[in-house]
Design a protein around this ligand. Structure first.
Ligand code: GUN
Length: 286
C-alpha cells in the first residue's frame, strides 16, 4: 500500500485554509511567513518557490527574501533580528543548508523562538525532548501524521531510523519513542546496517543517499517512510530507498515524490498558524 502524502497533505492544507479564512475578522490579518534563501542552490530555489506558492494558495501571507551567497553572517543575523522585531511577521524560516562561511547553529538560535516555525531553536528542541509544548519540526511531524492517517500505531513496534540529523533523524526518533515504539537510530558508522533494518516494523530512511535500503535489507510487512529527495542518473527524482525492490515486501511505503515531502509543507503551515495564534494569545515564548 502506498502512503499517499499528497492526498493526506491536501486534506490538511484544506483544513488549514478554512481556519485561515476566519482569522482576519478575529485578529485583523492572516499569518505571515518570511523565508530567507541565501545563494542560488537550485534544489533550495525549488523548495522555497513551492513553499511560497503553497502558502499563498492556502491564504497565508508569504514573503521570500533572497540574499546573495556571499552575504556575511553578521548581515544575515541583522536581517533576522529585524524580522524578530517586526510585528507583522509570525514565522521566520532560513532555508538550509547555508553557505559554508555561515554557522547555521548561530543563525538558528538568533531566530526568535516564538517565530521558529521549523522547531530548530535550542529551546524548541529542549522542549520536545522534555515533552513540553513546542513547535515540532515539520518533516518528523508530517511522518507521524502519515502513520496515523493509515491507522498505523507505533506502540510496541520496533522503529528503525537511519540518520541522526537535527532536522529529521533525532526528532522523529523522539516522536516515535513518545508514541511508545522501541527505537533504534542507525547512522554512517552503524556496523551491519542490514541486520538492524531487517528487525524494523517501521523503517525511517533519512540518509540523503539513493538506494540506501534495498529489498534484501527489509522484512515482510515493514512500513517504510522515505525522506530522501535525490536525482538518479537519468535526472529523475528518487528517494533514499530502492522503491522497486522494497515496495513488494512492504505493507506500507511512501513514494518519492508525493510521500513525506508534501506533508512537510502542510506541517510548516500548521506550525506557522500555531506561531501566529501563540503570539495573538500572548503565549509566544520570549
Ligand atoms: N532544508 C531541508 N529541509 C529543511 C527544513 O525543514 N527547514 C529548513 N529551514 N531548511 C531545510
Amino acid at each position: 500500500m502506498i502512503l499517499d502524502g499528497k492526498a493526506v497533505a491536501a486534506a490538511l492544507k484544506a483544513d488549514i485554509a478554512e481556519q485561515i479564512k476566519t482569522l482576519p475578522e478575529r485578529f485583523g490579518r492572516v499569518p505571515h511567513l518570511v523565508v530567507i534563501l541565501l545563494g542560488e542552490d537550485p534544489a533550495s530555489q525549488v523548495y522555497v518557490r513551492n513553499k511560497g506558492l503553497a502558502f499563498e494558495a492556502a491564504g497565508f501571507r508569504s514573503t521570500t527574501v533572497v540574499l546573495p551567497a556571499e552575504t556575511t553572517e553578521e548581515a544575515l543575523l541583522a536581517r533576522i533580528r529585524s524580522l524578530n522585531e517586526d510585528e507583522s511577521v509570525d514565522g521566520i524560516l532560513v532555508q538550509l543548508p547555508l553557505p559554508r562561511h555561515i554557522d547555521s547553529a548561530t543563525v538558528i538560535r538568533t531566530i526568535a523562538v516564538g517565530k521558529d516555525v521549523d522547531g530548530f531553536h535550542p529551546l524548541n528542541v529542549a522542549a520536545l525532548w522534555q515533552k513540553l509544548p513546542c513547535i515540532v519540526p515539520c518533516t518528523p511531524k508530517g511522518m507521524m501524521k502519515l502513520l496515523a492517517s493509515a491507522g498505523i500505531d507505533p506502540c510496541g513496534k520496533h522503529a528503525v531510523v537511519i540518520g541522526r540529523s537535527n532536522i529529521v533523524g533525532l526528532p522523529v526518533a523522539k516522536l516515535l519513542l513518545d508514541a511508545n515504539a522501541t527505537v533504534t537510530v542507525c547512522h554512517t558508522r552503524t556496523a551491519n546496517l542490514a541486520e538492524q533494518t531487517r528487525r524494523a516494523d517501521i523503517l525511517v530512511v533519512a540518509t540523503g543517499r539513493p538506494k540506501t535500503v534495498t529489498g534484501d535489507m527489509v522484512s515482510d510487512g515493514v512500513v517504510v517512510l522515505d525522506v530522501g529527495v535525490n536525482r538518479d542518473k537519468e535526472g529523475k527524482l528518487c528517494g533514499d530507498v530502492d522503491f522497486d525492490s522494497v515496495a513488494p515486501k512492504a505493507s506500507f511505503i511512501t513514494p518519492v515524490p508525493g510521500g513525506v515531502g508534501p506533508m512537510t509543507i502542510a506541517c510548516l503551515m500548521e506550525n506557522t498558524l500555531e506561531c501566529f495564534l501563540n503570539r495573538f494569545r500572548g503565549q509566544a515564548p520570549e
